[in-house]
Design a protein around this ligand. Structure first.
Ligand SMILES: *Cc1c(COP(=O)(O)O)cnc(C)c1O
Length: 480
């Protein structure tokens, strides 16, 4: 069994085994004709069930053969140009190289004595990100597992900085289309059930700042404490960017913590064309960025950034065995002092490799391309009588629905759209997402693949219409 341990004696086995794994994935990438096979849960579950975990296969090739059956063949492939569903990106090769290195070396970024250079690399990337945002000289931050954790940590800091006597009187303001992790965080942080004040959005799905001003005033008038405003720079569904400068003004006026959730919109930090769309982000007290969304990084890679490094102390606990207080005096950089996690992946290495190989402009170019593609998609949808599209894209998502003039029953239209999404998924030809807007079922494209073309979008629109028409046709037959 020692032959399975990665060390000096097994370096050659390591090289061969990893190469075998890489070969399988490379073969998939070269041949995948569609993003999905359309396999069903019932179709796949027996194959996974039949694996006896107590009877190992002994060698990598056999395990990879089996993996083909239980995973690789039917996985959902984000690199395919007709995967248009969620905020998952195709990944850049330098980052995948970083991933291979970081898991083999297996640094843990909690303490200097488990990571050394890794700690410095992470810190440098945090500084780099803060400089791109413009958070100022005292800024700091830490890598996290994702936007959900970044938002949680930012709100933890905001809660502590609010210095409230009781959590029950704290209020968090966010738009009706912000990410659900804001609600989840409020719950986890022990705020009251009414803690999150939901602010309506305008026609473009951006937070209504007039409504925000009213709610802030009302909060103070009622003797409650405004704890934070969570502005979204790129909402998950619409890509809409809340009016950051106006929100920053209000936060300054009311002395409220401003958090910007840029999990999606952070790609604009590298954009050569559209950086100005997130102007105002530099006034935030804290920011969430998800490199694993718009920086084309493998999951996970995210960070929470703060304007004032000192505020990260709210996550600091000392353990004698790990990060005793004296290490702070000795100026030993232990990232665990800033993190909600203890053992933590060296995810920063992926971004490091990306910047060292491609550069920030390389990322920005890719993101600009998908934003441009969304504009083209919007023009296609707006000109297509079969479809209604909700709002012109600010980033790279499109929310739309099949809405032919001939069908007037709103419930029937909802069902046709739901059906079309399911049927498309079952066919495997393309994968699209769905959401609700104004009480109706909509479909969603999240465009993060620069390989997707306007022709792909047109093809998928035809496929959706075909499924929806089939549903409506059958539904007519049922009625007669
Ligand atoms: C995706 C997303 C999140 C959550 O990030 P995870 O990395 O999935 O945890 C938070 N906010 C917004 C706006 C997002 O789009």
């Amino acid at each position: 069994m020692r032959s399975h341990l990665l060390n000096g004696l097994t370096a050659e086995t390591y090289r061969r085994s990893v190469t075998e794994g890489v070969e399988r994935v490379a073969a998939k990438l070269a041949t995948a004709a569609s993003p999905f096979t359309g396999v069903t849960v019932d179709g796949l579950a027996p194959r996974v069930d039949s694996v006896d975990l107590d009877r190992p296969l002994g060698d990598t090739a056999a395990a990879l053969d089996e993996l083909e059956e239980v995973y690789l063949r039917d996985a959902v492939y984000f690199h395919h140009p007709r995967y248009l569903a969620h905020l998952n990106c195709p990944v850049v090769i330098p980052a995948v190289v970083g991933e291979a290195v970081l898991s083999a070396v297996n640094s843990s970024l909690d303490t200097w004595d488990q990571s050394a250079g890794g700690t410095l690399i992470e810190r440098k990337l945090i500084d780099w990100t803060n400089a791109r945002i413009g958070l100022g000289p005292a800024a700091d931050g830490v890598f996290t597992s994702g936007g959900t954790q970044s938002n949680l940590q930012a709100l933890l800091v905001a809660r502590e900085e609010a210095k409230a006597e009781s959590y029950g009187r704290l209020r968090v303001f966010t738009s009706e289309v912000s990410h659900f992790s804001v609600q989840k965080s409020a719950r986890l942080l022990g705020l009251g059930p009414d803690a999150v004040v939901v602010i309506p959005v305008d026609h473009d799905k951006r937070m209504h700042t007039l409504a925000l001003a009213h709610e802030l005033e009302r909060c103070v008038r009622d003797g409650l404490t405004p704890m934070a405003v969570v502005a979204t720079a790129g909402t998950t569904d619409f890509g809409s960017i809340d009016p950051l400068p106006e929100i920053a003004e209000l936060c300054a006026q009311f002395g409220v913590w401003m958090h910007v959730d840029a999990a999606y919109g952070c790609g604009l930090l590298t954009s050569l064309k559209h950086r100005d769309r997130i102007d105002g982000i530099e006034r935030a007290d804290s920011v969430t960025v998800d490199y694993h969304k718009s920086f084309f990084q493998p999951v996970s890679s995210s960070a929470v950034l703060v304007r004032d490094a000192a505020t990260l102390r709210h996550a600091t606990y000392h353990a004698e065995y790990l990060n005793p207080r004296r290490m702070v005096r000795e100026r030993i950089p232990n990232q665990v002092d800033k993190s909600l996690q203890t053992t933590r992946r060296f995810d920063a290495l992926k971004l490091w490799m990306t910047l060292r190989v491609m550069g920030a402009d390389g990322i920005g170019e890719l993101f600009d391309e998908v934003c441009e593609l969304a504009q083209e998609g919007w023009r296609l949808l707006a000109a297509d009588p079969r479809y209604e599209v909700v709002v012109a894209p600010s980033l790279s998502t499109l929310v739309f629905r099949y809405l032919p003039a001939t069908v007037t029953d709103p419930a029937e239209i909802d069902r046709a759209n739901l059906y079309a999404r399911k049927a498309l998924f079952a066919s495997g030809d393309a994968v699209v997402a769905g959401t609700k807007a104004d009480g109706h079922h909509y479909l969603k494209f999240t465009l993060l693949n620069p390989e997707t073309t306007a022709a792909d979008i047109a093809t998928v629109l035809d496929l959706i219409a075909g499924h929806a028409e089939q549903y409506l046709g059958e539904s007519l037959d049922r009625a007669s």
